[in-house]
Design a protein around this ligand. Structure first.
Ligand code: ZN
Length: 192
């Protein structure tokens, strides 16, 4: 599931998806840590080495994100506790990587939208976030980057930075929606 999709859009895509895409997606999702895994609640450590291993990891994360049809992925979700995320909001653009990202500034205007998460299968909850943010970090070569993001891009980056802090969308929604989501997750786990 891509973050940000509505349930309807997901189901529609599920029907249209060819078997090969569906199989690749299932294989990618199998590598993503799911709700209940303590790693998702652990704060990731900063990265201080910008070497080939890091660049290989970025490439691997980009592949898994693409195969899973997601728009963002944090290293935490693959069980690697360092501060690295990848995202791609526009289908035609390259995968962007952010190392040690920090929200340097967030606008006062908040926007609510439904969010999903590759680590919380079947869950969609309303999350309010700042509409505009400025994020400072490094790319996979160690160069400093500043991203001025708005709307979906801002939302995805904030969602992934939350993962690096052990925060999930369940923590950012209403008590009612959290209760319903937890029930659905428990039922899905019991059925599996
Ligand atoms: Zn997520």
């Amino acid at each position: 599931m891509a973050d940000e999709q509505t349930i309807e859009a997901q189901e529609e895509q599920e029907e249209k998806r060819d078997p090969e895409t569906a199989a690749r997606r299932a294989a990618a999702l199998a590598r993503v840590r799911k709700w209940g895994d303590p790693v998702l609640r652990t704060r990731a450590r900063p990265i201080d080495r910008f070497d080939d291993a890091l660049r290989e990891e970025v490439a691997r994360m980009g592949e898994i994100m693409n195969d899973a049809l997601g728009v963002g992925l944090a290293a935490t979700q693959l069980g690697v506790l360092h501060r690295l995320l990848v995202y791609r909001v526009q289908p035609e653009s390259d995968v962007a990587a952010l190392v040690n990202p920090e929200v340097e500034w967030a606008g006062e205007v908040q926007e609510g939208a439904e969010e999903g998460c590759l680590s919380l299968p079947g869950v969609l909850v309303e999350v309010e976030r700042p509409l505009h943010v400025r994020v400072r970090g490094r790319d996979e070569t160690g160069d400093e980057v500043v991203v001025e993001a708005t709307g979906l891009e801002a939302r995805v980056i904030q969602h992934e930075i939350d993962h690096l802090d052990g925060v999930l969308i369940l923590d950012r929604t209403t008590r009612e929606q959290r209760k319903d989501a937890m029930r659905a997750l428990r039922e899905a786990q019991a059925a599996a």
